[in-house]
Design a protein around this ligand. Structure first.
Ligand code: AGP
Length: 607
């Protein structure tokens, strides 16, 4: 999730652009840059924090009344100065900043190289800059429209050309972009937070729209180049509320982002015609994929729970033996790595020291190591032989939510890729992919039940112990639900395989220990129903997560949360959402610091 700010008017813009970037820092980023028009284009870019950009900018003349600026959350290309935005064309007369992913950038880049363009960076964004330049004949908005008609993917962009000083062109498709209307100055931003200090009058662009800004005019054009009349809205929120997208906490914002982040995880990676997937970052040949004999998954915390799902998925659909290890345990024992072993490390941050060191140990013992991470250029991403970015955007809340569902989505894609090279047909692959693409809408249906879940949270918020039960694909979700609750509400919660209850935990059952049971209609439905009956027979309280048409378990439960029906392997992506919300609401009601729970860090980079 990159940050964009653009300003054109009658005042010096560099300091205002930098201030705007600072207001976007909360989103997370790895590099930043600024461009100002004044007798040509001046561009300063820097890896690292905005203060590094400020220090570098002090050595340049950035005077000027029209400029754009950017904070980068890397998706293609390592986080460094060369890959930072703004990107320019060959003669440096055009500057562009971008938020999103251009899916067909390699095809476009090949064509542009043949037409004599030269590239400096590894990014998809630089391709867009050259493409617009290639179609530029004196009118920037026309060149942008032409170029975007050839690009596939998502974008929010701001573009300037030295031949048209004072003009900024913005366009959006899939990534937010807002116009700020001022007096003699107009603004463009990826997020209202960036320009709140300058104006509260904003125009939200919709997908397919393009805005042309000059100091005294704003024009918004539609897909057919028609001039649109857009409503100017007054922003009443304060900065803190805006940075959370209107939600009271980053965690709730990120829970609600999941329909979009799951799409971002599979965007551009599905091959519907063959029921297959493409995961270019894996850097594994088909031969290597067909000859994987064993997979070891290494992770911690929530990522470990995603790894457990990976075990169930890959063993069922690819027939490859998988073991999931706590990275902290793996690295200190003497693991046996045979030829044909593939080691998969899962880490949102890509910096977790236990996972990193376990990955290094596996590598030392001869395994090929892959990473499933969220942070481009993170240590794990750089040290593995290949990997897959989950594209979840910055996850600010310490409790991992959207990263988890994106990790699971990637594991479903990886399972299909392995399965199509081992045992599953293209038809089965197609069905799985079609079902996966229906998950975001089903999650929206669950999110719409947030109020119901909040009411249930109010009933149980004062309990001191919880038990979470699940079977099969929902056993890892029981673990994840328990982790969510304990880490943000400080209530003791344990996740257990439901059948294990009779081997000990059943001694704990009483009215003071609520039992959350995930009872989606799948292969173990009858068994899990028996577990619910065992709890009720001992006066336990049951909160059941059931498929929307289920009656029997619902009738015996104290509270019920319904989720849409889905295939067994995708039900975890749905069942986890009510558990995230339940934990969130209980923690809020207990007055806990939901985004920064006590004693926890977002990334555990020390032993
Ligand atoms: C999850 O909500 C926790 N914040 C924690 O368990 C986390 O999943 C774990 O520390 C692993 O982090 P990583 O995915 O960045 O490696």
């Amino acid at each position: 999730m990159c940050g964009i700010v653009g300003i054109t008017g009658d005042k010096q813009v560099a300091p205002i652009l930098i201030e705007g970037l600072k207001r976007l820092e909360y989103r997370g980023y790895d590099s930043a840059g600024i461009a100002v028009i004044n007798q040509g284009l001046k561009v300063v870019k820097q890896e690292g924090k905005i203060k590094a950009l400020e220090a570098e900018a002090a050595h340049h003349d950035l005077s000027g009344t029209c400029g754009i600026a950017h904070t980068r959350w890397a998706t293609h290309g390592a986080p460094n100065r060369i890959n930072a935005h703004p990107h320019q064309d060959d003669d440096g007369s055009l500057a562009l900043v971008h938020n999103g992913i251009i899916e067909n950038y390699t095809v476009l880049k090949t064509q542009l190289l043949k037409q004599g363009h030269t590239f400096k960076s590894e990014t998809d964004t630089e391709v867009l800059a050259h493409l617009i330049s290639h179609h530029y004949h004196g009118n920037l908005e026309e060149a942008v429209q032409k170029a975007l008609s050839l690009a596939e993917g998502t974008y929010g962009i701001a573009v300037m050309h030295a031949d048209e000083p004072g003009k900024i062109v913005g366009a959006r498709k899939g990534s937010p972009l807002v116009v700020g209307v001022g007096q003699g100055t107009n603004y463009l931003a990826s997020d209202v937070a960036a320009i709140l200090g300058e104006t509260r009058q904003v125009i939200y662009l919709d997908d397919g729209e393009l805005a042309v800004l000059t100091p005294h005019d704003v024009r918004v054009l539609g897909i057919r180049n028609e001039l649109l009349t857009k409503e100017i809205q007054e922003i009443t929120w304060d900065l803190d509320r805006i940075q959370k997208g209107g939600y009271p906490h980053f965690m709730l914002k990120e829970i609600h982002e999941q329909p979009e982040t799951i799409v971002d995880a599979f965007r551009g990676r599905i091959l519907p015609e063959t029921g297959d997937v493409k995961l270019s970052g894996l850097r594994l040949t088909d031969w290597e994929l067909r000859n994987v004999r064993r997979i070891i998954i290494l992770a911690c915390g929530t990522s470990f729970h995603a790894g457990l799902l990976g075990e169930y998925l890959i063993e069922e659909y690819a027939g490859i033996p998988v073991e999931v290890e706590y990275a902290s345990e793996f690295r200190y024992r003497s693991p046996v790595i045979e030829p044909g072993t593939l080691c998969l490390t899962i880490s949102q941050s890509g910096e977790t020291i236990d996972t990193l060191e376990a990955m290094r140990e596996a590598k030392r013992r001869g395994a090929k190591v892959l990473g499933i991470t969220n942070v481009v250029g993170s240590t794990i991403a750089r040290e593995t032989d290949g990997g897959i970015y989950i594209h979840a955007g910055p996850e600010i809340g310490v409790a991992s939510t959207k990263a988890f569902t994106s990790q699971v989505t990637i594991l479903v894609l990886l399972t299909i890729m392995l399965g199509r090279r081992h045992s599953i047909s293209s038809e089965r692959g197609m069905r799985l992919l079609q079902e996966l693409q229906r998950v975001p809408e089903k999650i929206r249906q669950i999110l719409a039940r947030d109020e119901e879940i909040c009411e249930i949270a109010a009933v149980y918020k004062n309990h001191s112990n919880f038990l979470y039960l699940g079977r099969g694909y929902n056993y890892p979700i029981a673990l994840e639900g328990a982790l969510k609750l304990k880490e943000i509400s400080y209530i003791h919660a344990e996740g257990y395989p439901a059948a294990e209850m009779k081997h000990g935990p059943i001694a704990l059952i009483d009215p003071d220990m609520p039992v959350v049971v995930i009872c989606t209609r799948d292969g173990s439905y009858q068994k899990i129903k028996g577990n619910v009956q065992e709890v009720k027979a001992r006066s336990g309280k049951v909160i059941s997560i059931v498929t929307e048409d289920e009656e029997e378990i619902a009738a015996m439960s104290d509270h019920v949360i319904r989720i849409p029906a889905s295939s067994e392997i995708l039900s975890p992506l749905l069942a986890v959402v009510p558990l995230q919300l339940l934990a969130y609401h209980i923690a809020v009601m207990r007055g806990c610091n939901v985004d920064q729970p006590r004693n926890l860090a977002k990334s555990v980079t020390v032993e």
